[in-house]
Write a protein that binds this ligand. Structure first.
Ligand code: FPP
Length: 268
């Protein structure tokens, strides 16, 4: 278990956000460029609709979505974001057709096998959260290799949520807490939010400051349920395969205009 980052606290204010013009970045802060959020998390939605609108198979939408991932990673690096978490495969995605699961798994395998070296050269550290036991052995091995070879990088931590579910994470943490209490290793009176957080898969990661979801859907879909307690939520109408640096900047701009009160009184 890693150390627990600062206490999670703040306010959540969800709204659907049309894309502002690119020159909007920095407004609302006297023209100064605001500090970027330390941790941006993304629900990449709309691959299927993007493909359907073009008369293409859903797999084509996922391939185009993988290209959008590359644009997003580069945007995060160039904007100085420290942590980027991508919801690449949810625990519910196993319910898709076997063909679609195979397409998504192949894409993942390809990117883990062929693109990690390039990411590593750019200073990206890869961390994976989720229940990897459901993937084939070779995908698990590639995932571990990606984490190992990039472990020393510091420019951006790219967290891939794979076979991930927020409730499942909270459940496994609760199970480990219960076992520790049963074994006499943990005094239940000592349990607080910070200590519980150390049992989560994200123990070594800060909570997300900003969660972006594309495609116009306005829900979290079991993503980072505990960790999102005080995240700012931004919903973009853009379908994920169309996502680019302007969309990333637009979301950062909305974030910069939000007042994060962390439960305190609004400023006058
Ligand atoms: C949601 O679109 C997206 C997914 C289920 C998977 C996300 C995967 C990628 C972006 C590509 C692979 C990622 C990596 C890291 C290589 P959807 O299929 O639910 O779209 P729909 O709602 O329009 O049907």
């Amino acid at each position: 278990m890693g150390s627990v980052p600062g206490p999670a606290a703040g306010t959540t204010d969800a709204q659907t956000t049309p894309t502002p013009p690119p020159d909007a970045v920095g407004r609302g802060n006297g023209g100064a460029v605001p500090a970027p959020p330390g941790h941006v998390a993304l629900i990449m939605d709309g691959n299927g609709r993007w493909a359907m609108a073009r008369g293409l198979p859903r797999a084509a939408g996922h391939s185009a979505g993988a290209e959008a991932v590359r644009r997003c990673v580069h945007a995060a690096i160039s904007r100085g974001v420290g942590y980027l978490t991508l919801y690449a495969f949810s625990s519910e995605n196993w319910r898709r057709t076997p063909d679609e699961v195979a397409d998504l798994t192949s894409l993942l395998r390809y990117y883990l096998r062929h693109k990690v070296a390039e990411l590593s050269r750019e200073g990206v550290r890869i961390r994976i959260i989720g229940d990897l036991s459901r993937f084939d052995d070779d995908v698990r091995a590639e995932a571990k290799r990606a984490e190992d070879v990039t472990a020393g990088n510091r420019r951006l931590t790219l967290v891939l949520a794979l076979s991930y579910g927020g409730r499942a994470d909270i459940m496994q943490a609760a199970r480990h807490v219960a076992l520790a209490v049963r074994d006499g290793a943990l005094d239940p009176e000592r349990l607080d939010e910070a200590l519980f957080g150390r049992f989560l898969l994200t123990a070594d990661l800060p909570d997300p400051d900003l969660i972006i979801r594309t495609s116009g859907e306005c829900r979290l879909s079991n993503f980072l349920l505990w960790q999102s307690a005080y995240a700012e939520l931004v919903f973009l109408d853009t379908l994920w395969p169309d996502f680019n640096e302007q969309h990333f900047d637009a979301a950062l701009d909305v974030f910069a205009r939000r007042e994060r009160r962390f439960g305190a009184r609004p400023s006058l």
